[in-house]
Design a protein around this ligand. Structure first.
Ligand code: SOE
Length: 398
């Protein structure tokens, strides 16, 4: 029986559910060096948290995250809360000697993110992880491996789109629309995934950001009595008399960029792309080949092999679910083409985190705080470029 790894999770909303499910399933599908134990879940309302614990199989419920963080029985603190509290919770957990996993983006501000990186550096024996979950979609992981194996050759173009449409005028005020809490809107929530995915797949870093536009279309939103919670839709705020609050974040973010290796890139993220639900797309074109990933068809990777004789060239679709063929993560799941879904990226990451804590190499790299800070620097460069209407060199963003 592997040694237990006791987990304490903060947050019981959308991400609380994805992470709980991940810990519940990881050891059922992967052979792990330690057994993740769902020790304690902490959130604000004790009664609701107890109900959450009962439903998901947490052994304890708490409304005091600080006490949980200092519980000597717990090995790893997982932070699934809004962005503005990541900093304090991560610092407290590192101070208490725990490994820390944190939701993306790393923080609401670059300063907060930097302090988190510094605290992680000081805590030498502890590991940190950030939940850029799409890295562990088998198709995106395969794209990473293909580039690493040199199959695309020199990279020319990167195109990252993240298109959703849930944030129209009827969507009420949520923490995600508060600049103070979220830091930014579609930029930090969605584009951060595209930036991370572009870095992950190309293995390259951003050199500069140009011509950024951050646009807020819906400037005020209805405040729901009792708050709208942490879920994203929260529809039904149509009462005319209801109180309004200002939305202080971007609904859409666009920019172009160049990578250190010379590739040029375009990025677009929006919560108002009517008709697109979770269109997380990444396209990379190199001298020898190209890939296209679309989360809405997450088990497939579009692949173009430009080294084939010209008469045989054309886009092909790889169904990335063949464990025998070595598709990443596939052998842990079902027979070929018995598909997986959104939650599996999280389960794959939970399994890799448990391995990493035991100094075993994860299948593909998991971003730690320092890695996620590089994505945070790009977010800041976009904000600066949009604000001053100028190109920004990443070397200017410390
Ligand atoms: C909401 O826009 C959201 O849930 C993001 O917060 C997630 O990071 C993304 O994966 C899906 O959309």
């Amino acid at each position: 029986m592997p040694r237990p790894l006791n987990i304490g999770l903060i947050g019981s909303k959308f991400m609380g559910r994805t992470h709980s499910n991940a810990y519940l399933k990881a050891a059922k599908f992967f052979d792990l060096p330690r057994l993740p134990i769902m020790h304690t879940i902490a959130a604000r309302n004790l009664e609701e948290t107890q109900a959450f614990a009962d439903r998901w199989g947490w052994h304890n419920a708490s409304d005091d995250w600080k006490a949980m963080v200092n519980n000597p029985e717990i090995d790893l603190i997982d932070i699934g809360t809004p962005n503005h509290v990541h900093h304090d919770q991560a610092l407290a957990a590192l101070e208490a000697g725990k490994h820390v996993a944190c939701e993306k983006p790393l923080a609401n501000t670059l300063d907060a993110a930097r302090e988190m990186v510094q605290a992680a550096k000081k805590a030498k024996k502890q590991k940190t992880f950030v939940w850029y979950n799409y890295r562990r979609c088998p198709a995106l992981a395969l794209a990473h491996q293909l580039v690493k194996d040199g199959k695309l050759g020199r990279i020319y173009h990167v195109r990252g789109f993240y298109l959703q449409d849930w944030a129209g005028p009827d969507t009420p005020m949520l923490w995600r629309f508060s600049g103070k809490e979220a830091g930014s809107g579609s930029l930090g929530d969605l584009c951060a995934h595209s930036i991370d995915a572009a870095r992950f797949v190309t293995g390259d870093e951003f050199a500069n950001v140009n011509g950024a536009i951050l646009k807020t279309f819906i400037k005020e939103r209805t405040v729901l009595e009792g708050g709208a919670g942490g879920e994203i839709s929260g529809r039904g705020a149509k009462t005319k008399k209801a109180k309004k609050a200002k939305s202080t974040v971007d609904d859409a973010a666009l920019f172009t960029a160049e990578f250190k290796g010379g590739a040029v890139a375009t990025f677009e993220a929006t919560r108002l792309s009517t008709g697109d639900k979770n269109g997380n797309k990444l396209e990379v074109h190199g001298e020898k080949g190209a890939i296209k990933f679309n989360f809405e068809r997450m088990c497939e990777l579009e692949w173009y092999d430009a080294t084939l004789p010209e008469r045989e060239q054309g886009w092909s679709t790889i169904n990335v679910s063949n464990g025998d063929a070595g598709h990443p993560y596939a052998e842990a799941w079902w027979p070929t083409a018995h598909s997986i879904g959104y939650e599996h990226g999280f389960i794959n990451q939970a399994a890799d985190m448990v391995k990493a804590v035991s100094n075993r190499k994860p299948l593909v790299p998991i971003p730690d705080f320092a890695d996620a800070y590089e994505t945070q620097r790009v977010l800041e460069a976009v904000v600066q470029s949009a604000k001053h209407r100028t190109p920004v060199k990443l070397s200017e963003i410390k």
